[in-house]
Design a protein around this ligand. Structure first.
Ligand SMILES: NC(=O)c1ccc[n+]([C@@H]2O[C@H](COP(=O)([O-])OP(=O)(O)OC[C@H]3O[C@@H](n4cnc5c(N)ncnc54)[C@H](OP(=O)(O)O)[C@@H]3O)[C@@H](O)[C@H]2O)c1
Length: 266
């Protein structure tokens, strides 16, 4: 589903952004378009993607990233139009609320398929295009502080993000020297449609650490332009929390238990 003839011939760099129909993905696509990139906008809600493509330019691809056959077919269509892809942003994702004691078992599977495997399928399928981009290609994985910090009220979500971060780190090593650099961006709480932060905003302690999607989009661009392997946004308090989780997991578990955070907003 293309909306353009040959943006690469006109000098535009090609980016594929998954989950571009709302929130962080939409903000990333807007920022990239402002900087002259041509974006392939991927998600399931056609009306949203078409409206955005009309506004910022770009192609629309409807795809459930958890469906491997659909991802392969999408990649084939994209590569036929754009043989060289300079940037893939694996951003499509979903929440999974509830602790492991109560969360629906199908949701545990689905969140892994979307948040973790979706990025794996997209990366593998689009790798030929990334390798074709004359040694200057990037993959950005939109992880989360939940990728480093296990949080009981959203255990399955945290597990999917831990898996996604491990994927990102091992992909980075596997592609070292190939001309495809891999970056992970780890936001804390961000106010979006899919992740409304109502209960975090109610907490006097936490509300000042809720950010907006454009701040994450800036961090994505920064990770690419500065060659950063991992960026936590905002750095404080989330990076120290990630370090503490690694050094003293019991302390973080106790803090999470004491906070007035309620499930429903991770
Ligand atoms: N908001 C936060 O607090 C926060 C914090 C850290 C990390 N993150 C991560 O940031 C990413 C974006 O989240 P967001 O906050 O921007 O949420 P959002 O507004 O709900 O956006 C999620 C995007 O992912 C797409 N998506 C969901 N499931 C999909 C699927 N199976 N196939 C294709 N696209 C799918 C949605 O589009 P369709 O419904 O149209 O398919 C939508 O465009 C996620 O990976 C999330 O885990 C969010």
């Amino acid at each position: 589903m293309s909306s353009s003839s040959d943006p690469a011939a006109a000098g535009a760099r090609i980016a594929v952004v998954t989950g571009a129909s709302s929130g962080i993905g939409e903000a990333i696509a807007r920022l990239l378009a402002e900087k002259g990139w041509h974006c392939v906008l991927v998600a399931r809600r056609e009306d949203r993607l078409r409206a955005l493509a009309e506004e910022i330019g770009g192609d629309v691809e409807l795809c459930d990233v958890a469906d491997r056959d659909a991802v392969d077919a999408m990649a084939e269509r994209i590569l036929a139009r754009h043989p060289a892809i300079e940037l893939l942003v694996n951003n499509a994702g979903m929440p999974a609320r509830g602790s492991y004691l109560t969360v629906d078992l199908d949701l545990i599977r689905r969140v892994m398929e979307v948040n973790y495997l979706g990025g794996v399928w997209c990366t593998r399928a689009l790798l030929p295009g990334l390798r074709c981009a004359a040694g200057s290609a990037h993959v950005v994985n939109l992880v989360s502080v939940a990728g480093t910090t296990a949080f009981a009220p959203a255990g399955a979500y945290a597990a999917s993000k831990h898996a996604q971060l491990a994927f990102s780190r091992s992909l980075s090593s596997a592609l070292r020297g190939s001309g495809v650099a891999v970056h992970a961006v780890l936001p804390g709480f961000v106010e979006t449609e899919g992740f409304p932060q109502k209960s975090v905003l109610k907490s006097r302690l936490m509300r000042r650490f809720v950010i907006q999607p454009p701040q994450v989009a800036e961090a994505v661009l920064r990770s690419v332009e500065k060659g950063k392997a991992e960026v936590t946004v905002p750095w404080f308090p989330y990076r120290p929390i990630s370090i503490l989780q690694a050094l003293a997991p019991g302390l973080i578990a106790r803090f999470a238990g004491m906070s007035d955070y309620k499930p429903g907003s991770v």
